[in-house]
Structure formats: C-alpha cells, structure tokens
Design a protein around this ligand. Structure first.
Ligand SMILES: NC(=O)c1ccc[n+]([C@@H]2O[C@H](COP(=O)([O-])OP(=O)(O)OC[C@H]3O[C@@H](n4cnc5c(N)ncnc54)[C@H](OP(=O)(O)O)[C@@H]3O)[C@@H](O)[C@H]2O)c1
Length: 265
C-alpha cells in the first residue's frame, strides 16, 4: 500500500535525458513509488519517452502512455488541455499537478537581453500560472487536489547574475501563496518547494564554467553539501498528501541556506 495509491499525477517538466536526473523526473519517481500513476511531460520527445520507460520499469502503467501527447511546450495551452483530456480519459482525474518546468541563463543584470527576460518569464511563471488555472480549475470542480510548484532558493534570496531567473522564481512563490489562499475553500492545496543547488542539466553548464560559484554555494549552505534528489522526497510526499489546511507555503529544502544569516557556520 502506497500513500498515493489511486492518484493520478501530471508532472510538467518531469523528464530528463536519462529518464532520471532532473528534479521533475525524481519527483515523478517518488510519486510512482508511493503508488501514483505519474505522467511526465516536456518539449523533447526523447526525454519524455526515456522517462516514461524508467517509470514503467519501476511501476508498470496499465496502458503505456501516448508519448506524443505528453511531448509539448508548457506554454502551449491547447497542448496542455489535450494532454489533460487524454490523461483523464485513460487514467482518471488528475489530483496531483507538479510544475517543475524551468529554464535559466546567466547574465549581468544590466546586460540581460529582452528575449531572455521574455522566455524565462514565459516558461518559469506564465506556463506555471496557466497550468495551475487549467488543471486547478478541474480540481476546484472536484473539490480536491494538490499542486506543487518548484520554486527556488532564489525565490527567497538574491544571488548574482540570474536576476531574470530569480525574479521568475520569486513570482512562483507569490503565485503559490495567492492561489493557495484563493483555492483553500475548495480543498485544493497549492504549495511550493524551494530547492537549494542540485546539479542537473539546468545548472551544470553555469557551474562548470564557474567553479567558484559552486564553492560559494557550498560555503553558504550550513549542511556543507549540495542537495540531492533524495532530499526532495519527504517534501514531495508531504505536499501531495497534506490536509487542505496546509496551503500557500513554500518549503525550502536547501541545507539551511535560506535560514542562515551567516555562513559558513
Ligand atoms: N537544479 C537546481 O539546483 C534547482 C534549484 C532550484 C530550483 N530548480 C528548479 O527546478 C525545476 C527543475 O529544474 P532541473 O534542475 O531539474 O532542470 P532540468 O534538468 O533542466 O529540467 C527541466 C525540465 O523542464 C523541462 N522544460 C524546460 N522548458 C520547458 C518548456 N518550455 N515546456 C515544457 N517543459 C520544459 C525540461 O525538458 P525539455 O527540455 O524536454 O522541455 C526538463 O524536463 C526548474 O523549475 C528549476 O528552476 C532547480
């Protein structure tokens, strides 16, 4: 018996090239391990296929998901609606939505090009807001559901050279609070996780180009280590099983980074 038996979870940005090493793919795995039918989506069809295969090998789907319908840009409302219709027809009502899609670029604030602001805000904020509306609207009708948005350490504190990304993640934290408050009366929980640094395809290029940056993160983390996917498991399960009285919050999973006034400890 798993804590999430019978639940259907849509994990947007839930894929990785090897099917495993991204925050969304790890979260999809944690949900499946607790018994949920976890359906990951993203733009790259190969990543979707690989991740679905990994999930299927762990916990076989009753019918193998349609990879094409799970492969879409999260900014495409119509593709998301078609995906939700397909999932609900085939697997049942979506009662868990995870928004793990995200992109980042590194620029001095003064030099960040307009198109970078636009793409970061459209993926990291607008697509999250729209999926909450589209899937959350269905949850409101059913008076049940858990939404988990992936925010970031940068939702809480500033760090150099990622002002567009940090702004987008601050918006995710506040979006989560607003929706959580507005939808509390419908038993739809909206919460977020703010991970510290976990090395993935997202940040590896930046961290490899600038090892001193990685060192500064380590120094700023009281736990004195980087995060792992496993660190996110308990927060994921908590925020997908919690009573509707837990809503609107962002849970940092960051080795104490956001709590520390001084570092290193
Ligand atoms: N890694 C960290 O240290 C860290 C820390 C704090 C917060 N986060 C946040 O955690 C989330 C996951 O990041 P990650 O580190 O796991 O990065 P990742 O490995 O690059 O994963 C990002 C996921 O988002 C998908 N994606 C990107 N743009 C998309 C779009 N327009 N439409 C649909 N899917 C899209 C990617 O797949 P496709 O390329 O196939 O679209 C992939 O599945 C992000 O929101 C990130 O900001 C990460």
């Amino acid at each position: 018996m798993g804590l999430l038996d019978g639940r259907v979870a849509l994990v947007i940005g839930g894929t990785a090239s090897d099917g495993k090493t991204s925050i969304g793919a790890a979260i999809a795995r944690f949900l499946a391990e607790e018994g949920a039918v976890a359906l990951p989506t993203s733009r790259n069809r190969l990543k979707v296929e690989k991740t679905v295969e990994v999930l299927h090998s762990m916990r076989p789907y009753e019918s193998f998901p349609d990879i094409d319908l799970l492969s879409f840009d999260a900014r495409d409302d119509q593709a998301l609606i078609s995906c939700c219709n397909y999932i609900e027809d085939k697997f049942g009502p979506i009662s868990i939505l995870v928004n793990a899609q995200g992109i980042i670029t590194r620029y001095d604030a003064v030099a960040t090009p307009r198109d970078q602001w636009e793409s970061i805000l459209s993926v990291n904020v607008l697509s999250v807001a729209r999926s909450c509306q589209i899937v959350g609207g269905r949850m409101i009708q059913r008076r049940a559901g858990h939404i988990v948005n992936i925010a970031s350490e940068t939702s809480l504190r500033a760090i150099p050279y990622v002002s567009a990304y940090g702004t987008s993640k601050g918006a995710v934290r506040l979006l989560t609070a607003h929706l959580g408050c507005e939808w509390a009366r419908y038993n739809v929980c909206v919460n977020a996780i703010a991970p510290g640094v976990i090395v993935t395809e997202l940040n590896r290029p930046i961290l490899e180009r600038e090892p001193a940056r990685l060192e500064r993160f380590l120094q700023a983390t009281p736990a004195q280590r980087l995060g792992t996917f496993e660190d996110l498991r308990a927060a994921t399960i908590f925020l997908t099983t919690c009573t509707p009285y837990v809503t609107g919050i962002t849970v940092p999973v960051d080795g104490g980074m956001s709590a520390a006034l001084f570092a290193p400890y």
